[in-house]
Design a protein around this ligand. Structure first.
Ligand SMILES: *Cc1c(COP(=O)(O)O)cnc(C)c1O
Length: 418
């Protein structure tokens, strides 16, 4: 009989979003009148249409494919030079970073890249992840066999959890134990926190001193409003020797359904073999991608390129301003109703402390029942997420205004209805 990958059996069955879906469905079936009123501020998906510049570039590219003279088949696995050059110029050179186009690997998503990157790392690495965390980092390490079993709280043996709390402004302290791979995500999902230059510099210094590698997820960099906050780990001197960065067009360009992202692997970055000899990782990732991936579709890459045109940049700016306007309204209503609010200033997520004595799944259930609003319970992102809930700013303005009216009317002191 064929053997399966037993690591998959360690995965916790009740993954966050299916559980949310189950509770929303159960509530809707029990309360058919309320079902139509439900507003989802849960899953981190964008809601607004993709910019016109990207749409028309995609359409033109489709027409090129319809003509024998301009038809294209397989493209370069790493991405077309036009896109890699546009990325380098507009996202790195414009901010003074010396990233080159050959260090950019275009892909169909950061979710895949953050998981697939484990292919080029050996077994036996000690993995550090923040708590709370984007669940993909944890689950892909479980699948790869880098963890033990989960305990009752859902924490996996063998992982080093870095608590992100109000005390450290949701940027973890440097660990006192040795770690080999460190996942950092700023602006952060789920807390909406950002990391300062000094905080990132401390992590880069630690990584270099301990030969560790930082896996830096900057999917939300476009939402940064504060000019002092770095948009990339590569703004920190020395990061080229210790970091890989993941970027995506999902959140800035509304490409969650279109699919385009990229990973930056600097030429200098190295890891060691069992006998201690160091090798560059760039050729390994190039080999991994060219073997297991055949590139992003040509029209999609043209669409991503168009986000960097003058019109495209203006339209992305409008999208970001829309979501950040939502975040400001959501922050305000939470503060007005006496809740402690974090995030939402440089990220599209507002992270709210639960009212005293109310657990995060209880907040979820009450918000659903009393306001017909779906939020994400912090406990779903890790043990340190308990006591908080996440409200996503990805919504129409109309929905956000309605959510604000309903939250205004919620009375946390009132007993929960039977
Ligand atoms: C949305 C998101 C991404 C982007 O994922 P894609 O696969 O590119 O859509 C990456 N990281 C985090 C933390 C995210 O929330």
């Amino acid at each position: 009989m064929a053997r399966l990958n037993e690591n998959y059996l360690k995965l916790k069955a009740g993954y966050l979003f299916p559980e949310i879906g189950r509770r929303v469905t159960a509530f809707s079936e029990a309360n058919p009148d309320a079902a139509g009123q439900i507003i989802k501020c849960g899953i981190g998906d964008v809601t607004e249409p993709i910019p016109e510049a990207a749409r028309s570039a995609i359409k033109d590219a489709v027409d090129e494919l319809g003509d024998r003279a301009t038809f294209r088949g397989y493209g370069p696995e790493q991405g077309y030079p036009f896109l890699r050059e546009a990325i380098t110029e507009h996202m790195f050179h414009s901010r003074g970073m010396d990233i080159t186009p050959d260090e950019i690997f275009v892909s169909d998503g950061s979710k895949c890249d953050t998981g697939n990157i484990l292919d080029i790392f050996g077994s036996g690495n000690t993995i550090a992840i923040t708590d709370p965390v984007y669940p993909v980092y944890v689950d892909t390490n479980v699948m790869a066999g880098n963890t033990g079993e989960a305990d009752k709280s859902g924490a996996y043996g063998g992982l080093v959890y870095l608590p992100c709390t109000t005390e450290n402004s949701f940027v973890p302290e440097i660990p006192s134990t040795e770690v080999d791979l460190i996942y950092l995500c700023y602006p952060n999902n789920p807390t909406g926190a950002v990391a300062t230059r000094d905080q990132l510099a401390a992590w880069v210094e630690f990584a270099r001193a301990h030969n560790a590698i930082i896996l830096y997820d900057a999917a939300y960099e476009a939402f940064i409003q504060d000019p002092e906050i770095p948009h990339s780990i590569f703004e920190i001197p020395g990061a080229r020797e210790c970091a890989i960065e993941f970027r995506s067009f999902s959140k800035n360009g509304g490409f969650t359904g279109v699919r385009c992202a990229f990973t930056v692997v600097p030429r200098e970055l190295e890891a060691v073999t069992a006998d201690g000899s160091a090798h560059a990782l760039h050729p390994l990732w190039a080999r991994r991608q060219s073997t297991k991936f055949n590139g992003v579709s040509y029209p999609v890459q043209r669409g991503a390129e168009a986000l960097f045109s003058q019109a495209g940049r203006a339209q992305v700016g409008t999208l970001i301003a829309h979501y950040m306007g939502n975040a400001a309204l959501l922050r305000q209503v939470c503060a007005d109703t006496g809740l402690q609010v974090y995030g939402g200033e440089n990220a599209p997520y507002v992270w709210v402390r639960c009212p005293d004595g109310v657990g995060s799944w209880e907040v979820f259930d009450r918000m659903l029942a009393e306001a017909n609003v779906v939020v994400t319970p912090g406990a779903g992102f890790g043990a340190a997420g308990e006591g908080f809930f996440r409200i996503s700013a990805f919504n129409s303005r109309e929905n956000v205004e309605e959510v604000c009216r309903r939250l205004q009317a919620l009375n946390w002191q009132a007993a929960q209805p039977a």
